[in-house]
Ligand binder design. Sequence first.
Ligand SMILES: Nc1ncnc2c1ncn2[C@@H]1O[C@H](COP(=O)(O)OP(=O)(O)OP(=O)(O)O)[C@@H](O)[C@H]1O
Length: 334
Amino acid sequence: MALLDLKNLSIEYKLSDGKLKAVDDVSLTIDNGDILGLVGESGCGKSTLIKGIINLLPSNGKVTEGEVVFNDEVLNKLSVEDMRKKRWKEISLITQSAMNSLNPVYKVGKQIIEPMIEHDKTPKDEAMKKAEQLFELVGLEKGRLQDYPHQYSGGMKQRAIIAMSLALDPKLIIADEPTTALDVIVQSQILERINMLLNQYDGSMILVTHDISVVAQTCTKVAVMYGGKIIEYGDVNQVLKRPNHPYTMGLKNAFPSLVGDKKELISIEGTPPDLSKEIIGCRFAERCPFVQGKCRKGEIKKTSVKNGYFYCARAEERDELMKQADIPSTWESN
Ligand SMILES: Nc1ncnc2c1ncn2[C@@H]1O[C@H](COP(=O)(O)OP(=O)(O)OP(=O)(O)O)[C@@H](O)[C@H]1O
């Protein structure tokens, strides 16, 4: 049984003059120990998807189809109160704005140990010891536990929130661009340490990022989102070494490789589609250098591969497309 199973999940926002399908028929699974990278450009539906998973959609947002199954329980049918009980202990969320959720009137240490004492009935001195270890993990001095949030910089608050979200050994951490306020080296150090900690108790993580290099370094699985749909999903080694979808091929070209030779970075011209309009055919067609007539017609079929899938009308020609995708001139305005 998977820890998290998203089954054909669709989410819509109501607009004053219509609706917007921000998540379209998304399916994926996360097992214990998996670190899933959810990548894609701004506006492609990543935040909406994670808000849908934890039942935190704004009032105009709604799951219109599908299910979020976590530990054999359908989360999108739970009451707000039942869902609240699961947060922190079972599923913990780290967002950029979370750093504003530190309470200014309490010392940071108190805020970290309180959930351990309340939820897990951990004795106070043990909780404090764990808080110290977590601070070490995120690179904060333990003496800082005695400070108030206003004595912290933005980056320090971010680290404290990460420590807090790990305090109850949650089964699943959902981290929405958790380290972008920090510099690149610190980012990768912290992600590596979170990984090590999760490894100790087989915890899992969904890491939302627009940076495919971070995924390569941190994740076991990857879901590439574009225009509300996961257009490619699978094991990280498979997807990043041998991408099947032209958008993934393009993303790979657009980020520096962490290992290996320096290569020319090629950006993908254009912008993602407007999700408030109906999209017929492939949603990447407007920007795809390999677009043909058949890409603009009807539903694009799903092609299953080992441990994953992708949606491309030219799936059979994948090897040839990959060769062309490696050539910079392929991506010049088409
Ligand atoms: N409350 C809302 N009401 C209406 N539309 C919304 C709302 N929130 C997001 N959207 C729209 O849903 C789509 C997906 O947005 P979402 O924030 O999920 O994308 P994202 O990939 O997380 O982007 P970013 O990386 O910028 O956070 C966008 O078209 C966005 O404008």
